[in-house]
Design a protein around this ligand. Structure first.
Ligand code: TPP
Ligand code: MG
Length: 315
C-alpha cells in the first residue's frame, strides 16, 4: 500500500471523530442523559471509515444498532447527531429515535436496525428496487454484525441476493461477540465463507487496519457498482468497551481486551503517519479540529430543548 499523507490524515480525522463522539455519548449515558440503550463502536472505527470513504453521497446506507460512526461517515451533521443521542428536538430525527434508529433521508441513510438480522431482507429489497428502477448510479452499503450472521434470514437473503443480482455491499463488523457470546462458541464457519456458498463474491481483512479496509472495500465496491452484483466483506475487529454503555463485560478477560487495545486502529494510523515523516504538529492539528467539533456539538445538544408532545406525530 502506497503511503498517501492526505488520505491517511483523513483516516485519522474521521476515526478520531467517531472515537470522540462515542466517548461523549458514553459520558452523556453515565450522566443519565441518554434515553434507552446505546451501543458504542470504540475500537471499531476503521470499519466505518475504511468502507464509507469509498461510498458516494447518492448511495444508500443501512446501519446497525452500533452505527453512530456509519451514520456520521454517511454525512449526517455531527451536532444534529449529538442532539439526537440525548433526545433533543434539534436532533436529526427530532429527538424521537435516540441512539439506535438514526435515519437521515438527506444523505440517503435509510435507517439503523435494532432488530438483529432485520437488515438482510430489507437490504435485498432495496437492491431489488434499484434494479426495478433501472438505477445504475447507486448501490446500497449494508452493515451487520457477527451475531446477526447466525440468523436464518442471512442465508435466505444471500440466496435472494445471488438470484436477483442486487447491487448491495454487505459489510460484516465482526467484533467477535454478540452481546456476551463469543462467535467462536456459536459457529465454526467464517462469515465470508458463508457468502461463498451462495456464489457471492466475498473477502475478509483486518478491520483494525483502516488502509487495508479502505483498499479492500474500494475493490469490492467497484465490483458491486459495475457488475450490479452483491459482495460481502468481513472485517475482523473488537469493541474495547461493553456491548452497551452499561455492560461491564465480565465475559471477557482483561488480557484479551488489552491485546486488542494494542491493535487500536487510531494508534496504528498515527504510528504510520509518524513513520512516514508526518510531523506530530500536523496530527495534533487534526485532533484539535475534531475536539472543537465535538465540543461545539455537545454544547449545541445540551443547550437544545426537548421536543414537545404536541409535535409527536409531525414528520
Ligand atoms: C432479533 C433480535 N434478537 C436479539 C436482540 C438483542 N440483541 C441486541 S444486540 C445483540 C447482539 C448482536 O450481535 P452482533 O450482530 O454481533 O452485533 P454487535 O452488537 O456485536 O455489534 C442482540 C442479541 C435483538 N435486538 N434482536
Ligand atoms: Mg458482534
Amino acid at each position: 500500500m502506497k503511503f498517501d499523507q492526505n488520505l491517511y490524515l483523513t483516516f485519522l480525522e474521521k476515526m478520531y471523530l467517531i472515537r470522540r463522539f462515542e466517548n461523549k455519548v458514553y459520558e452523556f449515558a453515565e450522566r443519565g442523559l441518554v434515553f434507552g440503550s446505546t451501543h458504542l463502536e470504540v475500537g471499531e472505527e476503521a470499519t466505518a471509515v475504511g468502507t464509507l470513504l469509498n461510498i458516494k453521497k447518492e448511495d444508500y446506507l443501512i446501519a446497525t444498532h452500533r452505527g453512530h460512526g456509519q451514520e456520521l461517515l454517511k454525512g449526517t451533521d455531527v451536532s444534529a447527531m449529538m442532539a439526537e443521542m440525548i433526545g433533543k428536538a434539534t436532533g436529526i430525527c427530532g429527538g424521537r429515535v435516540g441512539s439506535m434508529h438514526v435515519t437521515d433521508a438527506s444523505v440517503n441513510n435509510l435507517g439503523a436496525q435494532g432488530i438483529i438480522g432485520a437488515s438482510f431482507p430489507i437490504s435485498v429489497g432495496v437492491g431489488l428496487a434499484l434494479n426495478l428502477l433501472e438505477d445504475k448510479n447507486r448501490i446500497l452499503i449494508s452493515f451487520f454484525g457477527d451475531g446477526a450472521s447466525n440468523q436464518g434470514n442471512f442465508y435466505e437473503s444471500l440466496n435472494m441476493a445471488d438470484l436477483w443480482k442486487v447491487p448491495v455491499f454487505f459489510v460484516c463488523v465482526n467484533n467477535q461477540y454478540g452481546m456476551g457470546t463469543a462467535y467462536c462458541k456459536t459457529c465454526n464457519i467464517e462469515i465470508h465463507k458463508k457468502a461463498e456458498f451462495f456464489n457471492i463474491k466475498s473477502d475478509v481483512c483486518d478491520g483494525n487496519d483502516v488502509a487495508a479496509v479502505y483498499y479492500k472495500s474500494k475493490e469490492l465496491i467497484d465490483y458491486v457498482r459495475t457488475k450490479r452484483m452483491a459482495a460481502v466483506l468481513e472485517l475482523k475487529t473488537y469493541r474495547t468497551i461493553g456491548h452497551s454503555a452499561f455492560d461491564k463485560h465480565p465475559y471477557r478477560t482483561k488480557e484479551e481486551i488489552e491485546a486488542w487495545k494494542q491493535k487500536d486502529p487510531i494508534k496504528k494510523i498515527e504510528d504510520t503517519l509518524i513513520q512516514n515523516g508526518t510531523p506530530q504538529d500536523k496530527i495534533d492539528e487534526v485532533k484539535k479540529k475534531v475536539d472543537k467539533i465535538i465540543q461545539d456539538a455537545a454544547e449545541f445538544a445540551l443547550s437544545s430543548e426537548y421536543p414537545v408532545y404536541s409535535d409527536a406525530m409531525q414528520q
